[in-house]
Write a protein that binds this ligand. Structure first.
Ligand SMILES: O=P(O)(O)OC[C@H]1O[C@H](OP(=O)(O)OP(=O)(O)O)[C@H](O)[C@@H]1O
Ligand SMILES: Nc1nc2[nH]cnc2c(=O)[nH]1
Length: 185
């Protein structure tokens, strides 16, 4: 079925802006400082979790002023829907993680299944230490494991379906320059 672009446009028009661009950019700069303090001497291997992690990764990486290697992995649970299902690996890391300090960068920690599975994979692949950075930590009582938290968090966000800064609504608006909540979700 062709995408109803009028619907996609309406979602943007009716959305609530939760975190405007200036607030998000300030949060990214703070996270960059925290990551630098922890990893500047670690020669880390940094993974962007595609697709959602793309914009946060790009903006964060340009503010990390120390030697690192960068790559990507792709694990998806939502597959352009607004509720999650089974984790599906589209691309596993191709470089060796053995004895490396690894930093995983993703857009959002919601229930946590995605990030937990990625961390678990990295540890089983021989990483020496695995750190995680997320732009948003969504606050609710449905966490897969309440004791699992990201090491670096940009912003806390309310329990709504959000898009922008890499996060999609039905595959659209990853390019929105702010963090928005879909009306009614
Ligand atoms: O904490 P969870 O409940 O597991 O959800 C968080 C994950 O969901 C989104 O990915 P998605 O599966 O939508 O893929 P995408 O990045 O390609 O949008 C997001 O990018 C996180 O990786
Ligand atoms: N776009 C988007 N992806 C998600 N993955 C998990 N939660 C969310 C969310 O609120 N928005």
């Amino acid at each position: 079925m062709p995408t109803d672009l009028e619907h996609i446009q309406r979602v943007m028009r009716e959305a609530d802006c939760l975190h405007p661009m200036a607030e998000v950019e300030a949060a990214i700069s703070r996270v960059a400082q925290e990551v630098s303090n922890t990893l500047r001497d670690a020669n880390p291997l940094v993974f962007c979790v595609m697709n959602g992690g793309l914009i946060f990764s790009g903006k964060l990486l340009t503010q990390l002023n120390f030697p690192l290697e960068q790559s990507y992995l792709h694990a998806s649970r939502y597959r352009n829907e607004t509720s999650g299902g089974e984790l599906f690996w589209k691309a596993k890391p191709e470089v060796s993680l053995m004895d490396r300090d690894v930093l995983i960068i993703d857009d959002i920690l919601d229930e946590g299944h995605t990030l937990m599975a990625i961390v678990d994979f990295c540890k089983r692949s021989g990483a020496r230490a695995v750190y995680t950075a997320v732009l948003l930590d969504k606050k609710h009582e449905r966490k897969a494991r309440p004791d699992f938290a990201a090491d670096f968090i940009g912003l806390n966000c309310i329990d709504r379906y959000v898009f922008g800064y890499g996060m999609d609504y039905k595959g659209y608006w990853r390019n929105a320059a702010g963090i928005y909540a879909v009306k009614g979700l």
